[in-house]
Design a protein around this ligand. Structure first.
Ligand code: BTN
Length: 251
């Protein structure tokens, strides 16, 4: 079971960074670092992840996967699926997954996931960092995807620690299945649950922005996209925005 031991901190720079430090001092598989507040929370592509104290689940899980590193690309998908399942226990609304690891309710972002990995000696490690918006009534600042919280979507206060328990439970179950069956099981399961395909998208990566159609998930966790000529390619990194019918005409 993941989540044991659990180390809960009042304030920390970043739970992911704390987890990485604790890997160096021998933290066991399943260790969970949580915090009330992060002063230097980090997102994908080195973006900042801001939080107001006590409003979000800020959690990082330490894993030493026995599956080969070529399958670790599945872990961000696995984490998104765990958060979706956990969120659905608090909400009476559809929770969708947007590749690679955004969890959306009514097109708004409920959660961010940052998975980091490396090696220490002969052992590979992974830190799965999860930030879930739980109790926010409003958000200040500018966001690429508008944010939302469990409170805003359910209309009732939700306890951050209950969210932590639900996420830990779902992640433990899915990680156990992934350890046994790998991405050959995970990728079709993610596709079935995500509710993402097909979708007209804008993909932004180091080459710029392109409008494409997302059609499937590859067995390696990549996003399979189609251009206007019906040619398919696999995408391994980038930011995806899903276009609504109106935006398609204007993009
Ligand atoms: C993203 O959407 O860009 C990912 C955001 C990930 C934020 C979480 S909060 C807990 C953990 N600690 C961090 O510094 N980041 C992750």
């Amino acid at each position: 079971m993941l989540g044991t031991p659990r180390i809960h901190l009042e304030t920390v720079a970043s739970t992911n960074r704390e987890a990485r430090d604790r890997i160096r001092t021998g933290a066991p598989e399943g260790t969970l670092i949580t915090a009330e507040h992060q002063t230097e929370g980090r997102g994908r592509f080195d973006r900042r992840w801001e939080d107001a104290a006590g409003q979000s689940l800020l959690a990082s899980y330490i894993l030493y996967p026995v599956r080969g590193a070529e399958e670790w690309g599945g872990l961000p998908l696995l984490a998104g699926l765990a958060v979706k399942r956990a969120a659905e226990t608090f909400l009476n609304a559809d929770v969708l997954l947007k590749w690679p690891n955004d969890v959306l309710v009514a097109g708004k972002k409920l959660c961010g996931i940052l998975v980091e990995s490396g090696r220490l000696g002969d052992r590979g490690w992974v830190v799965v960092g999860i930030g879930v918006n739980v109790r926010q009534r409003e958000f200040t600042g500018s966001y690429r995807t508008p944010p939302t919280s469990l409170l805003l979507e359910s209309g009732r206060p939700v306890d951050v620690d209950e969210v932590q328990s639900a996420v830990t439970r779902e992640l433990s179950t899915l990680y156990g299945l992934w350890t046994d069956k790998g991405n050959a099981w995970l990728c079709p399961e993610w596709t079935r649950c995500a509710g993402m395909f097909p979708a007209d998208i804008v993909l932004e990566d180091e080459t710029g922005k392109r409008q494409l159609r997302a059609v499937d998930l590859g067995r390696d966790g990549s996003l399979i996209v189609e251009n206007e000529h019906g040619e398919r390619t696999s995408v391994f990194a980038g930011d995806v925005s899903i276009l609504s019918a109106n935006e398609e005409n204007n993009a």
